[in-house]
Ligand binder design. Structure first.
Ligand code: SF4
Ligand code: SF4
Length: 448
């Protein structure tokens, strides 16, 4: 078909697998829709050589549906247009809110500066008015609030007060409202989890655990001198057994450094033994990256990290822990920094576009786009430094335009690119091995 062609945003497995009826199969992953198909070697080879398989109309329709076959128009332009449209979607407003400037931990790799003190009352009211105005705007259908650092639970009273106002406004306006929280987990209790879920509509918590107990407790140091691993994991166990919390899910994030890389295997086994191979617990391992601070002496290189990571992912699979083998959703919007429908309001009252700017002293001094007490209530935040991101991709000033991962990666992080740091996710470096894990999951056997 002359008006169709295979998508260039596709990865073919190097390995061939035996199908149940003896056919030779390759896995083909399309990044435009984040879908993996097992195709006959013949079909995969046709796609790879630029030909559209037309003999089987049902197969062709499937390939069109998952965008492994696409119109011959400029494919990069189509992807960037989808991304621009997503950035301009007024129906969804996203707010990242920091109810306090203080954190009760002092992790060595953190680039934020924490000071004691809650949100001033006039800031709190200004935030409430701004979010409520967004909720009640005619075009708004959904509002997402992400409670974020320092440590949001240090500002729990503020979080509860603001949430009550947001939830009331959303219910009255018939707007879909959901919240999530990034937390160190040390201040959570079962009672607070129930309040967070039922009153504040926080249905997802991202908690950082930096390794097995002794490693986590050494890395995530409480300013009081105490430790947190046992407290957090005990609470998680109780939460997973609590029927009232059935709608609450957990992401357990591990920041991988040279200091804990040797202990990740032990951590995964410890977590599995504690019963965290559970559908509501997602494990994510992330290499530490620069956050306006120098982490070069504790960060693993991308290639070394990717190689080590495959071993950890295989262990997780053997242990039944949940993790992302390959991305399961496309990423039309790289991040909120490129959309004025998304904003971060620091505990200082400053409004930012990028979540790594608040509480970083230099960014607080130079990168704030507006102040909560001064911006017009109905106005979107001003455009931030990464607003030209789509032009950068189309203008090829970043290498993402030619990268087959663009559909699921989106370019990863405009801020890091602007600092000359390549932010490519680890799966770029180990995708073939990840496809082998997908094959293992579906019990496909490699053939010579
Ligand atoms: S630019 Fe990078 S650091 Fe900033 S919000 Fe986007 S992904 Fe996060
Ligand atoms: S950040 Fe890296 S992996 Fe992602 S699209 Fe750009 S070049 Fe590709």
């Amino acid at each position: 078909m002359s008006d169709l062609r295979p998508s260039r945003y596709a990865i073919h497995s190097d390995s061939v697998y035996a199908g149940s009826t003896g056919q030779r199969l390759r896995l083909v992953y399309g990044t435009r829709r984040a879908v993996t198909l097992a195709l006959t070697e013949e079909t995969a080879d046709q796609l790879k050589s630029g030909h559209v398989p037309t003999a089987d109309p049902q197969l062709l329709q499937r390939l069109l549906d998952v965008e492994l076959v696409v119109p011959t128009d400029d494919e990069l332009h189509a992807l960037v247009t989808r991304s621009r449209d997503s950035a301009h979607t007024d129906a969804l407003r996203t707010f990242t809110l920091m109810p306090t400037s203080y954190c009760n931990m002092g992790c060595t790799y953190c680039g934020q500066e924490h000071t004691k003190g809650r949100l001033p009352a006039n800031h709190r009211d200004a935030i409430a008015s701004r979010v409520q105005r967004a909720i009640t705007a005619d075009v708004t259908q959904s509002v997402r609030v992400r409670w974020f650092g320092a440590e949001p639970m240090m500002g729990y009273a503020v979080l509860r007060d603001l949430s009550r106002r947001f939830v009331d406004a959303a219910d009255r306006a018939g707007v879909d409202y959901q919240a999530s929280m990034v937390t160190n987990g040390s201040l959570l209790t079962l009672r607070k989890l129930r309040q967070l879920l039922h009153d504040a509509r926080v249905n997802k918590l991202c908690i950082t655990l930096d390794g097995p107990e002794r490693i986590h407790d050494r890395s995530r140091i409480l300013k009081s001198g105490g430790v947190s691993f046992t407290r957090i994991t005990t609470l998680l166990t109780e939460a997973l057994a609590d029927e009232e919390l059935a709608d609450l899910s957990f992401e357990l994030r591990t920041n991988v450094t040279t200091a804990n890389a040797e202990h990740i295997e032990e951590y995964l086994h410890q977590m599995a033994a504690m019963g965290f191979a559970h559908p509501r617990v997602l494990f994510s391992l992330e290499p530490v990256h620069s956050w306006s601070n120098d982490v070069s002496d504790v960060a693993l290189s991308s290639e070394v990290y990717a190689e080590r990571e495959i071993g950890w992912l295989a262990t997780m699979m053997s242990l039944g822990l949940n993790f992302m083998i390959v991305p399961t959703a496309s990423k039309p919007l790289v991040c909120g920094a490129v959309s004025t429908n998304s904003e971060i309001i620091s505990s200082t009252g400053s409004i930012f576009s990028c979540s790594e700017q608040p509480l970083v002293p230099e960014s607080e001094a130079t990168q704030a786009l507006a102040h909560i007490t001064e911006i017009d209530l109905a106005a979107r935040r001003p455009e931030g430094p990464f607003h030209d991101w789509h032009d950068q991709i189309e203008g090829r000033s970043v290498p993402c335009a030619g990268c087959p991962m663009l559909g699921v990666c989106g370019g990863s992080c405009p801020k890091l690119w602007s600092e000359g740091i390549s932010p490519c996710p680890s799966y770029k470096y180990n995708f073939q091995q990840r496809l082998a894990l997908v094959a293992r999951k579906y019990q496909l056997t490699p053939v010579a």
